[in-house]
Ligand binder design. Structure first.
Ligand SMILES: [Zn+2]
Length: 196
């Protein structure tokens, strides 16, 4: 599921002015280095998590990889992003297993494609001066689908993400479960998202 789809779903389900406001602010304040957005939804045994972050938080650069060490950095980042159980730490008692991960980023396109994009961006840079996604920036959009054998025992997510990606200062988190609808800010000092 695309990030925007789940975000819209969360807003509709919540019907909350505060969450709608938060979403508006997220869009206007798009791409703040160190920040990110986390959307969580639990529906029966299916736990969906969507993570949206500037590439800077994860790999430390936002241009197409130009050498072997940057290419390796991207590969290891994707590997780390695939370890959803460690990054998000759902309660053990809930017995969640990771079914699917989808990692998307401008930085992961074919080299030729990325190069062509950056040339186009250069030619038209003045047209995109006000665009948050001009050639100077790149994002990662990652979605996860877990299946939890005992979803009623899913008390929280305890994020290992801030240790794995120390370039991430905070995440604006929204969660919808049968028990709660919540919006909160997570950080290395406050890495637990309560789901009950
Ligand atoms: Zn950036």
């Amino acid at each position: 599921m695309r990030y925007s789809t789940l975000a819209a779903l969360l807003l509709v389900a919540a019907g909350s002015p505060a969450l709608a406001q938060a979403e508006t602010e997220r869009q206007h304040a798009a791409h703040e280095h160190g920040a990110g957005q986390l959307n969580v939804a639990l529906d029966q045994q299916t736990l969906l998590i969507e993570l949206s972050m500037p590439a800077m938080n994860l790999v430390g650069f936002e241009h197409a990889a130009t050498n072997e060490s940057e290419r390796q950095r991207l590969l290891s980042t994707v590997e780390q992003l695939n370890d959803g159980l460690h990054l998000f730490g759902p309660s053990r008692e809930a017995q969640c297993s990771l079914l699917r991960v989808n990692v998307e980023s401008e930085l992961l396109g074919e080299d030729e494609h990325a190069e062509r994009q950056s040339h186009e961006a250069g030619e038209h840079s003045t047209d995109h001066a006000a665009d948050n996604h001009d050639e100077a920036h790149a994002d990662f959009e990652v979605s996860y689908e877990f299946r939890c054998a005992s979803p009623s025992r899913l008390e929280s997510l305890s994020l290992g993400l801030f240790r794995v990606f120390p370039g991430t200062d905070h995440l604006q988190a929204q969660a919808i479960t049968p028990a709660v609808q919540t919006g909160t800010t997570l950080s290395a000092d406050s890495p637990v998202l309560k789901l009950k």
